[in-house]
Ligand binder design. Structure first.
Ligand SMILES: [Zn+2]
Length: 87
């Protein structure tokens, strides 16, 4: 996620409304993030279920914590339970 954020430096956020944002990338790319649906037009967010750089920028813009955007299976507690037997 930190890496995602780093790649987004120089991008601009264009808030459409609080749960839907348009991110203008530094390469002239424009992506639309829908935080409420946990979707982004780059498809990374949809498929991997962790926020892409666009989603993180959008979350920053509306003051939403990043961890609320992650799929529940990425939460540390779930991870610990899953690997408790292994470790
Ligand atoms: Zn994205």
């Amino acid at each position: 996620m930190t890496k995602n954020m780093a790649t987004m430096k120089g991008s601009k956020i264009n808030a459409v409304n609080s749960w839907s944002s348009q991110i203008l990338g530094k390469f002239g790319r424009s992506d639309k993030v829908m935080l409420a649906e946990r979707k982004c037009s780059c498809k990374y967010f949809d498929n991997i279920k962790i926020p892409c750089g666009h989603a993180m920028l959008a979350a920053d813009g509306v003051g939403v914590p990043y961890d609320t955007l992650c799929g529940h299976w990425y939460k540390t507690t779930v991870w610990r339970e899953t690997y408790a037997g292994v470790i």
